[in-house]
Ligand binder design. Sequence first.
Ligand code: AMP
Ligand code: MG
Length: 365
Amino acid sequence: MMETKSIKKSLFLIFFLIIFFSSCSSPSQSGSKEAPPAEPESQSQLMLGTSCRITLYDGITQSAFDKAFAAIATVEEHMSVNIPESEVSQINTKAGTGQAHSVSQQTFEVVQEALHIAALSDGAFDPTIGPLVSLWGIGSDDPKIPTEQQIAETLPLIDYQQVEIQESQTSISLPRSQMKLDLGGIAKGYAADEVRTKLAEEGVTSALINLGGNVLTMGTKPDGSLWKIGIQDPASERGDHVIILELEDMSVVTSGPYERYFTGPDGKRYHHILDPEDGYPVRRDITSATIVTASSFLADALSTAIYVMGMESGARLVETLEGVEALFIDADSTIYVTSGLEDQTIPNRLSNDSYSLTPVPEKAN
Ligand code: AMP
Ligand code: MG
């Protein structure tokens, strides 16, 4: 009952970021011959509370960029809790009134998938986390440490099982006053997949989509080679990569405490991924969790989920899902990867000779 798949670890470093070091930022200089390859072109916009960067390697037109950013804007208009008229804000405003709010197909789809991942993760990922996010002031100008009593009063509002959805009307309602949906853990991934669809419609076959670290690779590079996505050691100030994933048509999404946090008056860091069990920022040995899979939508939700679940439970969940791989790093600066990454089902190569791999101890339960 513990067919724990081989997870490997390597001694290294503290938490990390995903960065590109593909030729994305250093287009090959040509200056030659008959048909110099088109240089990739990037455009960025601040959306979804982050920097969204799209790099096209073929099919480069302003129309492709415009449609891609318009797709992100639509997701934001529908799902941002910071926009009072958004569909999600309106669902939240109607909480406890008995009124369901009719939403777009896309908001409905994202809520459905969020509820699905909530069930899969046994509530570790919970899209009704909104009241706790507000209580902590995560992402606001005024984050604060709530009292234990405030947290105790808020916890009963966090329960994805209470969300009521009506498929025939694509309507959603929250039964208790003060309940709030927050799709911050999943919307960027959905948006990245939407961008891919729009770019494909515009004839793009080779592109990198990076929505605030939520990375989606489209196709391969124009010469047929794989994209190289580096996992970086932030301790080295954007220096060394601890591992390089070589991918095509794949999303890489990381969740970790370093992405967004504030320092309290007690000098401690309080980060943005909250444990629906106790209402506090997740306290885990792992300092980040990464999902690699084709759908950015799934990768985003699952990376948040497995960060909350922790490595053993998170890896067990990932093992049940076809085509999904995970990479964790723990507080001892040890990196663990699931077997698809390790055996190169998804190619990877180590970027540093000092890497050493040992199996993670198996854990019963
Ligand atoms: P991510 O960066 O994708 O891991 O998502 C983190 C964001 O998801 C936070 O900023 C919150 O908006 C939201 N969030 C925090 N904790 C949870 C949780 N336990 N389940 C679902 N969403 C969460
Ligand atoms: Mg996420």
